[in-house]
Write a protein that binds this ligand. Structure first.
Ligand code: PGA
Length: 259
């Protein structure tokens, strides 16, 4: 499967921003965007706004994502949300392993693995994030870090297990030094990382790897999105700051339509 055969995905990660009313207003504004027939759009508001945003987007093709989940279906895990509960309020996707979860909340590759499996169980699409820090990049460790993360995150997932997930599975390469810094990876450097990740996924999972969409994230804006998505292994973008502005985010959605 080639780049053009994989449906581009544009995901907006709103992080810890916006009240319910503000989230619903932003979702309505983004839903006005002209979305190419082959483009998939997913919005990830805070937990409290998931249900209202999903309701506001009913009847559109937009998906809704949690920003994290637990791996158990229920239990004594104060503060946590199960994949089943995300599904219950209308989610279609869930981000896991975001670098902010890793940095501030102790998320590990092994935990991400359990979450990916748990999401697969209830047919929510995992958007599984990974990426190197600046120190790791500068010491030449980028590819070994990506390998280690990928192995940990996909753990014991074999070709068969992956096949069940893979039509859906989304990986997001987000170099930590590019997140929220205004420093985007050069599209050629991002492409190298994406091609490396696809090769590693192919070694591990076989042909299924061709169907897995690999998004780029880290200071994506309306004016760099098209160039990034034109790269052969960049199948969409995960957008933080720029997804909070409906007009700018709509331009990113349009850029995906022409990638
Ligand atoms: P950013 O965030 O676009 O603000 O850099 C991306 C992300 O954290 O997903």
């Amino acid at each position: 499967m080639t780049h053009s055969a994989r449906k581009p995905l544009v995901a907006g990660n709103w992080k810890m921003h916006k009240t319910v009313a503000e989230s619903v207003a932003l979702a309505h504004a983004v839903a006005e965007a002209r979305v190419g027939p082959r483009t998939e759009v997913v919005l990830a508001p805070v937990f409290t706004a998931l249900g209202p945003v999903a309701a506001a987007l009913r009847g559109t093709n937009f998906g809704v994502a949690g920003q994290d989940c637990h791996w158990e279906p229920q239990g004594a895990y104060t503060g946590a949300i199960a994949p089943e509960m995300l599904r219950d309020v209308g989610c279609t996707h869930c981000i896991v392993g975001h670098s902010e979860r890793r940095q501030y909340f102790g998320e590990t590759d092994a935990g991400v693995h359990r979450k990916i499996v748990a999401l697969g169980r209830v047919k929510l699409v995992p958007i599984a994030c990974l990426g190197e820090t600046l120190a790791e990049r500068e010491s030449g460790a980028t590819f070994s870090v990506l390998s280690r993360q990928l192995d940990g995150m996909f753990g014991s997932l074999d070709a068969e297990g992956a096949d069940a997930l893979a039509a859906n599975l989304v990986v997001a390469y987000e170099p930590v030094w590019a997140i929220g810094t205004g420093r985007t990876a050069k599209s050629s450097d991002a492409q190298l990382a994406h091609a490396f990740l696809r090769d590693r996924l192919r070694d591990r999972l076989g042909d299924v790897a061709e169907r897995i969409r690999i998004l780029y994230g880290g200071s994506v804006k309306a004016d760099n999105a098209a160039e990034l998505m034109a790269q052969p292994d960049i199948d969409g973008v995960l957008v933080g700051g720029a997804s909070l502005d409906a007009a700018g985010f709509s331009r990113i959605i349009q850029a995906a339509g022409s990638s």
